[in-house]
Design a protein around this ligand. Sequence first.
Ligand SMILES: NC(=O)c1ccc[n+]([C@@H]2O[C@H](COP(=O)([O-])OP(=O)(O)OC[C@H]3O[C@@H](n4cnc5c(N)ncnc54)[C@H](O)[C@@H]3O)[C@@H](O)[C@H]2O)c1
Length: 337
Amino acid sequence: MSKTIAVIPGDGIGPEIMTATLRVLDALDCGLGYDFVDAGMVALEKHGDLLPKATLDRIAEHKVALKGPLTTPIGGGFTSINVTLRRHFDLYANVRPVLSMPGTKSRYTDIDIITVRENTEGAYLAEGQSVSADGETALSLVRNTRKGSSRIVRYAFELARRRGRSKVTAVHKANILKTSSGLFLEVAREIAREYPQIAFNEMIIDNTCMQLVMNPQQFDVIVTTNLFGDIISDLCAGLVGGLGLAPGDNIGAEVAIFEAVHGSAPDIAGKGIANPCALLLAAADLLDHLDLTDRATRLRQAIRTAVAHDRAQITPDLGGSGTTASFADAVIARLAG
Ligand SMILES: NC(=O)c1ccc[n+]([C@@H]2O[C@H](COP(=O)([O-])OP(=O)(O)OC[C@H]3O[C@@H](n4cnc5c(N)ncnc54)[C@H](O)[C@@H]3O)[C@@H](O)[C@H]2O)c1
């Protein structure tokens, strides 16, 4: 198979972890070609635009992109590039898997949860926002639609079916937010009936947070609206040792963009010590998306083994004494071994 993907190296540590990740992908021999495109500060400097049209066109052409973290300048009226990408390509499903890694410092060792977050509506619309003239009252619109709820819940069930997962939990606050969260829950219950082979339960967001901290093993696939998903997916990342181990997949009907959840880490950029793990795991999800499931599984296993056993080669944030490059070397060696 030969497939070209768009590659956005990104800002800060982005190019360092992208180089490491592409080296590992090459070692896996997946037949991927790379079309490098600019976005973020690099694009602003080169083209005067954080997200040039040529970049959007090339992502649309290849339909799949691997993306490094991007810096959105504070002030100057710039809209978040990530939000713009989600809107432009209608990337409605934000899929954030977390999996315990042996040998990492975390509260639990047996976590395997996929959060499926609605990515395009809910409290993130930025519509209907106003502050009264006296500055005393702020308003903001929350809009959930049947279409939006339906496609995200269906996505979660289909993902559960494809990956052999056994349960989907719909997380909501329909007891208080009776309209917006109520519609989401109503739709979730309807769609769950179409998947009798997959267990379904519903849980209120506040209880979910407590349950995630105290008894996270009960969760398998979580599906929820935008704001709740934003918060609990970070909570889940915390359960397995933090954002350095968390990939994020942004999936639409046409285009899918795979990335690390963390940012461009300007404090360590250029030092060669950035952890490439989250982007490597995002690359594994990309391989799954391209139906290269065997390679995705091999890659995840090699990462896990390297993290567990190659302490001298993995990066300091995971308690190792290595560099971004030596981390990639360790994963490549584990692929071969
Ligand atoms: N998906 C994205 O493109 C994305 C996501 C979040 C933040 N950002 C952007 O990134 C910039 C910096 O944001 P921030 O500092 O709030 O968050 P950050 O995730 O970049 O960094 C937070 C802390 O985690 C550390 N860290 C992050 N990734 C790491 C890695 N791979 N290896 C080792 N340590 C790592 C950093 O050194 C820092 O101490 C901002 O401009 C923000 O807008 C981009």
